[in-house]
Design a protein around this ligand. Structure first.
Ligand SMILES: CC(C)(COP(=O)(O)OP(=O)(O)OC[C@H]1O[C@@H](n2cnc3c(N)ncnc32)[C@H](O)[C@@H]1OP(=O)(O)O)[C@@H](O)C(=O)NCCC(=O)NCCS
Length: 227
């Protein structure tokens, strides 16, 4: 697989901050990520990384984290020994009792529209389900139609507005909520969406691997830095 999703580590924070500045006009200070990562019982943050095709083979299956619901086999435990490729996207949430609150999700501009944002979103939903959350909520700019379409695809609905929520331009936020995660109909809907996600990701993998072959194994230099 040319990329994988893994838990964010303290040593990722500087790079995540760089990626975040390319995604948001009001990025968090890096100290906020460091603080979030110190409390893994309440928080869950992930990064999506390009994996250099010439890097050593990933660890054997038994050393990898078991995917939360067996739905995204490319989500794995952070492997400090692996050669790390550039970060292409990131996401995170807080989990409190039976609610998860997605705090951030972003993909580098040049890799958008290739299902990576959806894969990150699904990784968060998986973990929310694994931690027994019944509901997931988030805020999104009223102008951010693309992100809203992603959330709506997973049955999220607008349940309210936070006036002037964004300090950079005073824009309002929609408050969106998931359907109940424990509901059998939601589980069936998510199962179908994930089944469709696999082939879409595979098509992207194939096109990246083909590009990598064409340029002699150098694609990893170009996927996450805007070149
Ligand atoms: C929002 C974001 C993470 C989506 O990531 P992405 O990798 O481009 O999205 P995907 O390719 O995975 O799209 C998945 C689904 O989202 C929806 N979607 C994503 N971008 C869209 C757009 N520009 N217009 C319409 N729908 C869009 C579609 O429903 C799509 O499903 P489809 O492939 O079946 O059509 C990305 O655009 C981003 O990083 N934006 C800047 C940061 C941001 O706004 N984050 C959200 C804060 S609330």
């Amino acid at each position: 697989m040319p990329y994988y999703i893994e838990p964010m580590q303290q040593e990722d924070v500087a790079e995540v901050s760089q990626v975040e500045r390319r995604c948001f006009s009001n990025p968090w200070p890096s100290s906020a990520y460091r603080r979030e990562l110190r409390n893994p019982n309440q928080n869950y943050y992930v990064v999506a990384r390009w994996r250099d095709p010439r890097a050593p083979t990933p660890p054997p299956a038994e050393e990898r984290a078991r995917p939360a619901l067996g739905l995204l086999p490319f989500v794995r435990r952070a492997d400090p020994a692996a050669t790390k490729g550039p970060i292409l996207g990131f996401g995170g949430m807080w989990i409190m009792l039976d609610e998860a609150h997605i705090t951030t999700i972003g993909v580098v501009p040049e890799q958008r529209g290739r299902s990576l944002g959806e894969a990150l979103f699904v990784a968060l939903l998986d973990e929310a389900q694994r931690r027994r959350a019944r509901w997931v909520t988030l805020e999104v700019r009223v102008s951010n139609a693309g992100a809203q379409a992603l959330y709506e695809k997973y049955g999220f609905t607008r349940q309210g507005v936070r006036k002037r929520y964004y300090s950079d331009n005073g824009e309002d936020a929609y408050i969106m909520w998931s359907p109940p995660l424990t509901d059998p109909a939601t589980r069936e809907q998510y199962r179908e969406l994930r089944a469709a996600l696999g082939p879409k990701l595979a098509r992207w993998h194939d096109s990246l691997e083909e590009a990598d072959r064409r340029i002699g194994g150098q694609a990893g230099r170009y996927v996450g830095n805007g070149e």
